[in-house]
Design a protein around this ligand. Structure first.
Ligand code: SF4
Ligand code: FES
Length: 387
């Protein structure tokens, strides 16, 4: 038999997508905190199924070789992995810019020093509120807030650049100025004021978390004022809340365009909530290489580009700007991931998302449903809340 392969003309005509810029490595779903706004899936990956050290290292090498620049070491709490220093050192060695996304809880100073010595480039520390008691309530752990202050001090002592991330919701939306001041006090160069996005555990807690439109407007004005006042001292990034938006954000920079997520078990996702789209089939790094999954996995192909779109996106001049917004939000609100994101005022479901936000924001907030292992999408609400 002639072993010359005759190319399939359809395959040959398909242009390989440009490499992603960033990869989110969810090293583990284990976490000392239980924040109700967590975007992790309700069904968390167990420790027993986590990828081993060598597989993660191979995945990092493949990511670097295919052109990924930024590696976000995330979770859960990534430092809960015993091999975090070895993994970080390997990522640095293969040329990735490494960002540790951490709660700062359960990390000893020696461990942070080892990470700095391994070449860690950047630390992103989450804070829950500027007021200790409320911060601990949101985190679901007493004493968490004060430990973060100590951790931030170590980050500075070790000369690592620090970003503070604060997820904003009705439990802390009035404290934005204090949160920004706290980031300054901690010595951060950047603070992210990120309104909660309603995926995973946050969707289970939407009623507990949704601020009113007035609160959102006041928050936006505060951010603008502080940006002016703190120019040159602190960069303030803001993620606006979708439920009160007129136009959607280009979620994950567009599906399969700029980034990918790898779950603790090695499933490769186009975004952190992609598993909610049940008809998609995801591939594992244990079965296929990362470049192969990025270029050819049906889950990445499903909503890459614009050919999958429906009206009003198909004929919209913004379709190459926001890529129709968020597929997961379109599914959650409109019941169809190929619809325009209902955050868009042109979506036929826009009135529904606005009505949901208003209804949730004015209702009494029930107790938080804390993130925990062992829940399934149907039973997350059945649990004891903590104070
Ligand atoms: Fe974006 Fe679609 Fe809305 Fe246009 S119609 S702004 S492409 S979501
Ligand atoms: Fe999945 Fe936005 S979270 S596309």
């Amino acid at each position: 038999m002639n072993d010359m392969t005759i190319p399939n003309p359809i395959e040959a005509a398909r242009v390989a997508p440009p490499a992603p810029l960033g990869m989110l490595a969810e090293l583990t779903h284990r976490c000392p905190l239980s924040c109700p706004y967590c975007s992790n899936p309700v069904e968390l990956d167990k420790r027993s199924g986590e990828l081993d050290t060598e597989t993660w290292k191979r995945v990092f090498s493949e990511a670097a070789a295919m052109g990924v620049l930024h590696l976000h070491l995330s979770g859960g709490e990534p430092t809960a992995r015993k091999d975090i220093v070895e993994l970080t050192a390997h990522a640095v060695q293969v040329g990735l810019y490494t960002n540790l996304i951490t709660s700062g809880i359960g990390v000893a100073r020696e461990k942070l020093e080892e990470l700095a010595n391994a070449g860690l480039d950047h630390v992103q520390l989450s804070i829950q509120d500027a007021e200790a008691e409320n911060a601990d309530k949101i985190a679901g752990l007493k004493g968490a807030h004060s430990r973060k202050r100590i951790f931030a001090g170590w980050v500075l002592e070790l000369g690592l650049p620090l970003t503070i991330n604060a997820v904003i919701h009705r439990g802390n939306v009035e404290n934005i100025e204090a949160l920004v001041n706290m980031a300054l006090e901690f010595g951060a160069r950047r603070v992210e004021i990120a309104h909660s996005q309603y995926y995973g555990w946050a969707l289970e807690n939407r009623r507990q978390l949704m601020p009113t439109r007035d609160q959102v407007m006041r928050a936006a004005a505060t951010v603008e004022r502080l940006r002016d006042e703190l120019k040159g001292k602190l960069v303030i990034d803001a993620v606006v809340p979708d439920y009160y938006a007129k136009r959607p954000k280009p979620c994950v920079g567009g599906w399969g365009r700029q980034s990918l997520n790898v779950t603790p078990q090695g499933k490769v996702l186009p975004c952190h909530a992609a598993e909610t789209i049940k008809h998609l089939e995801f591939d594992y790094v244990t079965d296929r290489s990362l470049p192969d999954i990025w270029a050819n996995s049906s889950s990445f192909e499903a909503y890459r580009g614009t050919s999958w779109m429906k009206e009003p996106c198909t004929s919209c001049p913004r379709k190459e700007i926001d890529f129709g917004g968020c597929r997961c939000q379109a599914l959650a609100i409109a019941g169809d991931p190929a619809q325009a994101d209902p955050a868009c005022s042109l979506s036929p479901f826009h009135a529904k998302i606005t009505a949901l936000a208003i209804k949730d924001a004015v209702a009494d907030a029930p107790d938080y449903i804390y993130r925990r292992f062992g829940a399934t999408s149907g039973n997350a609400r059945v649990q004891i809340t903590r104070n």
